[in-house]
Design a protein around this ligand. Structure first.
Ligand SMILES: Cc1ncc(COP(=O)(O)O)c(C=O)c1O
Length: 351
């Protein structure tokens, strides 16, 4: 706290990102990164972008990248917005679309950045409890509200909603923006982008950080009808006109065009997830059904915090949230099969 701060700063509750420790031989399963390197074509494009052209500003509207995303998702380029990671896209979404007289709704157990953004932008939020099975019940969202945001699949549970349920949620709120954060959709869910032509209140947000293995490049995007995208553009151009550098635009464009890399990598992660869930269940864990690149699991005989600490002593890092209802769960990113085997071996020592 300092007298030099703007008054809002003292009241902020900043998001706490998963740590990026510098330890040798670490099995890093705490921030839902891909265990595989990105597409070689993306790396080549990034290397090519590292040229004297870096003296020039990048394209402020990232037209080439937006065209590639539009082609991949069968929408028009004007329906695509890109930003510096989906976190920035979400921040602009909160500012542009989610502040209304009535409250914003999101799940009580969800991506904790939503609470942070609501605080930053002075948005009244109501947290809607997950049901007893840690599922989102869209009937619980039928209440007076200004807007809705939820991740599908949800994080940190990994549980996905079928597209028909998402459509019901969007149709239930015809006069409110409904934002579906699809950071993990490519690991088994069905994207709501297909509903965009039908619903003018739907915005879908995705990222290159997970299924494209480019968390370090910082690229995310949103797809929605023109009026929603225009709102995001207005906020972006009131904040930073050049959020994506030349390397990010080039790398992400090549990545989204590399369908073969995408299919093979997400297939490997989905199959490792099934193997890891079964190994955990064999050892007595309850594992929530995941459609994401992580599993959320708890052991009836061991506190989550203790397990996380003992794993860390063995150089295996997972994510633990000291929050009501989920304090005994570990969120474990799906690594390579070799990394998952190291996790399981460490658990065998601990249990
Ligand atoms: C649900 C959800 N949304 C958005 C993000 C942000 O991802 P990025 O800013 O890397 O695109 C994350 C990151 O973990 C996430 O879990």
């Amino acid at each position: 706290m300092s007298k030099l701060w703007s008054p809002i700063v003292a009241a902020l509750k900043p998001y706490v990102p998963g740590e990026q420790p510098r330890m040798a031989n670490l099995v890093k399963l705490n921030t839902n990164e891909s265990p595989y390197g990105p597409s070689e074509k993306a790396l080549e494009a990034i290397r090519a972008a590292a040229s004297t052209d870096l003296r020039l500003y990048p394209d402020p509207v990232a037209l080439g990248l937006r065209e590639a995303i539009a082609t991949r998702h069968a929408v028009s380029v004007g329906e695509v917005f890109v930003g510096n990671g989906s976190d920035e896209v979400l921040a602009h979404t909160f500012a542009a679309l989610l502040k209304h007289d009535r409250p914003l709704l999101f799940p009580d157990i969800s991506y904790s950045f939503y609470t942070t953004y609501a605080g930053l932008f002075g948005i009244e939020a109501v947290e809607v409890p997950l049901d007893a099975a840690f599922r989102i019940d869209i009937a619980d969202y039928r209440r007076p509200s200004g807007a809705v945001i939820l991740p599908n699949p949800n994080a940190p549970t990994g549980i996905g909603l079928p597209l028909a349920e998402i459509e019901r949620l969007v149709a239930d709120h015809p006069d409110q923006p409904v934002v579906i954060d699809e950071a993990y959709i490519d690991f088994g869910g069905e994207s709501a982008i297909a509903l965009v032509p039908k619903y003018d209140n739907l915005l879908v947000v995705q990222t290159f950080s997970k299924s494209r293995a480019l968390a370090g490049l910082r690229v995310g995007f949103a797809i929605g009808q023109r009026p929603l995208i225009e709102a995001l553009e207005r906020v972006k151009d009131s904040f930073n006109s050049y959020p994506l550098g030349r390397a990010a635009q080039a790398g992400a464009t090549a990545a989204i065009e590399d369908e073969a890399w995408f299919e093979s990598t997400r297939g490997k992660i989905i199959s490792s997830r099934a193997k890891l869930a079964s190994e955990l269940e064999k050892r007595g864990f309850e594992v929530l059904p995941s459609q994401a690149n992580f599993v959320f699991a708890r052991h009836p005989g061991h506190a989550g915090q203790t397990l996380a600490a003992k794993l860390r002593e063995r150089a295996v890092i997972v994510r633990h949230f000291a929050k009501p209802r989920i304090a005994d769960f570990l969120r474990i990113t799906i690594g390579t099969d070799a990394e998952c085997a190291k996790l399981v071996a460490a658990l065998d020592e601990i249990l």
